[in-house]
Design a binder for this molecule. Sequence first.
Ligand code: H2P
Length: 807
Amino acid sequence: MTEPTASAPARALASAIVDTLVHRIGKDAQAARPHDWLAATIFTLRNEIIERWMESTKRAHAAGAKRVYYLSLEFLIGRLLRDALSNLRHNDEVAEALATLGVDLAEIEEIEPDAALGNGGLGRLAACFMESLASLDLPAYGYGIRYVNGMFRQRLDDGWQVELPENWLAHGNPWEFERRESAYFVGFGGEVTATADGRSHWSPAEAVEAVAYDTPMVGWRGKRVNTLRLWNARAFDPIKLDQFNAGDFEGALAGQTRAETLTRVLYPNDSTAAGQELRLRQEYFFSSASIQDIVRRHIQYFGDIRTLPDKAAIQLNDTHPAVSVAELMRLLTDFHELSFDAAWDVTRATFGYTNHTLLPEALESWPLPLFERLLPRHMQIVYAINAKLLREAAKVEGIDGRAIAAISLIDEGGERRVRMANLAFAGSHSVNGVAALHTELMKKTVFADLHHLYPDRINNKTNGITPRRWLQQCNPGLTNLLSEAIGEDFRDDAAKLTALAPFADDAAFRERFAAVKRANKVALADYLKDAMGLRLNPDAIFDVQIKRIHEYKRQLLGLVETVALYDQIRSHPERDWTPRVKLFAGKAASSYHNAKLIIKLAGDIAKRINADPAVGDLLKVAFVPNYNVSLAERIIPAADLSEQISTAGMEASGTGNMKFALNGALTIGTLDGANIEIKDHVGDANIFIFGLTVDEVAEKRGSGYRGTDAIDRSAELAQAVNAIASGVFSPDDPARYRGLMDGIRDHDWFMLAADFDAYAAAQRAVDARWGMSDAWGRSAVLNVANMGWFSSDRTIGEYARQIWGVM
Ligand code: H2P
């Protein structure tokens, strides 16, 4: 059945794929369904990956290399086939081979499930970092949890978010390798006794087994393949046969169910005590298994545990793995016979901690009774660390009782709690923020006292994104145009994109650049037409806000401005309006009421505006359901305008902002997170900055500001808020948004009203620039040219040199 016209390598590959299909999947080409072809293609490609993987591991071993361990409760890796094909440069060959078999590569790529083992930017950053680590040829392991159900699938029922399980493993996972031999005992509860030689002995009341599943992470040009090791929980005793035979079937399987619950879902809803406990169990489970694995590997390769910091750098991705600090201390003191002080030196030299947010809700702390009940030995260790920490602090000038209370690992105000951020800070030699402003705010706010105590510890590592996925793979049209213009160098080093800058003044180039963007918009419009029955005008500005739904990210500001614009268009049809398509997407945490209401509001606004013949093509609004990595890969290359409009000081960095700008969208944004650094790189003239600064926000909050003050001063805003509040967009339930709007009027914590006029003015400046298509095109090209610095290769290079000591 292979066509004779195909090239020899393609024919060989096609026959290898068919062979895999027959011998591994057990189907012949006639009976194979798309999922079978997908699996057969991955299995075939995998062979090469495995060889490179083994070679990478051997090389690190032979060199006695120091390894990087990235501990993260989230890895939002998305689909892997296109990633692997593109990094191995096998795209064309595989497409050709499959074509000879009558299979469309793009079609099977589309049915690969999206590995959504994460929630938003934090998890996606971890995935970009894994790719960059391999691309920079650094030996590294990612450690996390193999959630059976990752991030939920979002369905909209009458505009309301409904959460459904995402069953990404339903068809099996050809990328993963179960490592039954890498299994560890992880205990919970029980008691601690002193041994005869004065050590501590923990006898857990229950235990589960952590079993490793490895996924290869392929670097650019396949230079190196690293391991993402995800843990799955299993009962030691999967079935109690005596109980089963006595007729108690459920009881006999309860242990297995309980163990499986641990790694079943990402983010158990922690609004209940049971949910909180499960989350802490997950954190300890994956921390313990990972630290045991790291220590085991070190002893096996290097023999002496005291050299751990020379051979292992462990990075804590946020506080979720912070209990690792106590776990390593436990292994070093209880099993490797190090003194407490020696163990503490090893621990601190090994760990680094990255903070991703200053929001109080995300700074984890655990009720002390829960922590103590679940982890009695770790509780003792935390107390011992704390005693040492506070002794050290007391010696430092300027540290008073208030500062001691803030530094303490135990929060004594009210219900006693264990502060995981303080534990991570104390247990690490490096603590970093994820953008310049965020790092400065860490020093001034949440960690001010710890910073006073350890002034050299906090450092900045501005986030980055992998240009392989977020340019080469998601935007082949632009990538090809770039290589025609500036050659291939930028593929290996994104900093080389600066060579594009002179092309900003080349009208013919700008035209081709615009044509690529338009083609991407047409493709997105086609997709949304099929998916949602939406008709979009590809010549309108595609104005996009896609991210986790949160009040600080201010999707609501975008929506209120949309309503204001709608009113303006209706009131002044004679004006020369710029056609706009406003796209929103994102998921709301299942227990976050206002975020869910904002989603509903987006749908309600869209329904009314899209049906209004008075605005026609001038304004279209859509909330696209089930935002995930794959959807982002479709939308970002088609965006003209990137909405990064968080309240200043609240978005630690943002990484979506980088993806858009790299794909030639202009940013409208506040002076927040990495927006500031993007502005510095692309230039003030090529970004639309508006709104209050961090200091101004603080000043307003301190001065008794209320949203009504701003609403009274802005007719446009007042009109929009009143319309939403009075039910113009919710005639079926006119009071639906009254509370949401009252929140803006009364306290306006997120400064929506305070920033509204500046935002609306910036939007009109966007319209004006769009009208000058040369100026717009110039800015868009300059964005692409100057975004290379935001490659995660640059970020990882900084971590490697300044924190991990591996470069
Ligand atoms: C968080 C921060 C972002 C940051 C990202 C990665 C937690 O992601 O809020 O500002 O860029 O980590 O450091 P997110 O909001 O997207 O869930």
